[in-house]
Structures are given as C-alpha cells and as structure tokens.
Write a protein that binds this ligand. Sequence first.
Ligand SMILES: [Zn+2]
Length: 369
Amino acid sequence: MINKIKGQDKVITSLMRSIENDKVGQSYLFYGPTGVGKLTTAFYFVMAINCTNRDLGSPCGKCNSCRKFMKLSHPDLIYLFPTPNLKLSEDGEIKETKYQKEFETYIQQKIETPWNDYVFSASSEIRIGAIRWVQNRLSLSKNEAKKRICIIEDADRMNNNTANAFLKTLEEPPEDTVIILTTSKPNSLLPTIISRCQRVAFNNLSNPTVESILRENFNIDLVKAKSFAKISYGNAEKAIQLISQDTDSGRNIALKLIQLALDNQDLDFLSFLNEIKDVKQKKILQSVHANIVLFLMDLIYQRENPSLVVNVDSLTLLDKIQAHKTITSLDIYQLIDESRELQRMIELNVYNNLIVTSLYNMLKKIMKK
Ligand SMILES: [Zn+2]
C-alpha cells in the first residue's frame, strides 16, 4: 500500500501539508473516477496522521500504528463499505451468519489484493444499521490513536434515510475524529452531505502512469503494460484486473486475423475459423476486439507520434500495412467506429463465428484499398 500511489501527487502533497500545518480537517469527500487510488490515498493519509515514526512526510509503514491500519485492525479505525444485509447489531456483531464467511473473505481481499473487485453474492448497500453501529462507536472514547478514523467507501450507496441519519454525525463531528467518504458518483450524494465535507478531487491516471504501475508491481512485458493501460482508460484497478484475466489468446487471434486479411487468404481464414471454433468466452472475444482496435490505433500513432505505439513487437506487420499508401487515417477512424457495433454484438453473446468473420471482413475492406 505504501508508496504505491501514483499520479495523485497534487492531492497527496496537499493532504500531507495539512498534517504538517496541523490543519487536518474533520470530514473529507474523496471523489473521482473508479480505480485511481481514492481509498488507498485515504488509508495513506490516515496512517500518516497517526504514524509514530513519520519519515520525510510519509507514513513509515512499519510502526505499530501503521501496521494496524494496514491490517485493517486498528482499534480506532472504523471502516464501512457496502455489504449485503449483515443485520449488524449496534456493537457491530454480524447477526446474519450466511454472510459471515463472505465478509471475512472481503476483508482479507482488501488487505492482500486491494485492486481486486470483490463482489458480494447479494446486492450491497450501506444500511442504516451500519450507520447506527458507526455512531455508537463514535460515541465511545477513542483508544490509542492521535485521531480516530472513520472511512466510508462508496458513500453514494447510502439511501436517503441512511444518508440523513449520517448527516447528524457530519453536523456534529466527534472530537479528534477524521471522517473520509469516498465516491465515484458524487452526484448521487445528498447535497447536504457534500457541503459538510472538504472536497478532494481525484483525476484519471495518465496511460504512462498506469503503465508504470503495472510494470513496477507485476512482472509483465512492455506491450501488455501499454495495451492494458490503454484499454482501461486511466483506471489502474481495471488494468490490474486485466492482468489476472490475461490469456494471450485474444491478442494472438487478433494478430492472426490482421495477417490473414493483409495476405487476403480466405481459405486459410476458414481453416483458422475452424481451429478457434471452441473459443466461446466473451472475455476472449472482447480481447480480440480490443486488440484489433489497439492495432488500428497504432497505424495512426506510427504516422503521427510513434512513441505512443503499443504493439512495439509487431512493427514489421505495421510497416507492411503502412506500405498500402492509400489507407488514410480517416479510413482507420471510420473502421474503429464501425467496430463498435461488433463490440455490442459481443456483449449480446452473438454467435462467435459471426463476430470473428465480421472482424476479418472489416480488416480486409481496409487492406484492399
Ligand atoms: Zn508509521
């Protein structure tokens, strides 16, 4: 968790400065797109507030306090997130035993692989019972921390009743307590909640930032890092999930289709289609589509800004296509646009042979020019 937040320097500098200047606020709203580090930054911030061994302005990650926060087991940490109905008692006891195991797994996942999107088996929200538990805990005195911490993740998933109940806490915040709400949908929050918080905006991460997160934390090659960064549009969480779902098959199929279309080998295409007839997974077809779009974009980048090219291991293939001087950038953009319809068909689980054939014909159309 420590030192792994990238691309949010401005936010982190200003939060750290508030600690230096003893100006830490009582309630914050961290808002911005999903997967850019809002929750991680929240934990980083509250660890820095309570760290007993702060080094160069950052939490040390080693002291007792930091370690307890990292294990989500600090007695002065209240961490709330949307769950199925756990039937919480005011003491925080889970009365609904069928979700007990899922809840424990969720917490374990948050500690070990915070980027994974763990989904409960039943619909989740932040319920009034959970808010009552938070309020009950806040009414007791704090234990050992400099500041008690209350983090509410995806705060937009409180219904109006719950939000109104929580508003009372924001209106009369308990002493020595820092409350942080995170959301990717600030418009779904009650305006009265928003106006009670210091607002901290998080931006999308740039492609190079996502790329370096992937390269530094996971052992993957440059082409993959570049393509996952691009496919996920600045959402580091999604890019990391792509690694775990990654099979080379999507990209291999895409490159093979491009080569066959370039060589105009219809017979070979038919036997290739037969070879891959068992590929029925939506995920793989999505990856074939995404890789073809990335490749087409590379044709444009190669002309306009070669440093942006993703498929750096397939330059020969790119060069061969570029040799068809008649393909304009406008043609390529039109093709990418047309391919959106195919993307929709993949979502609808249309027969995969039809999709792959349509992609092949689409590619041939441009190569023939
Ligand atoms: Zn520390």
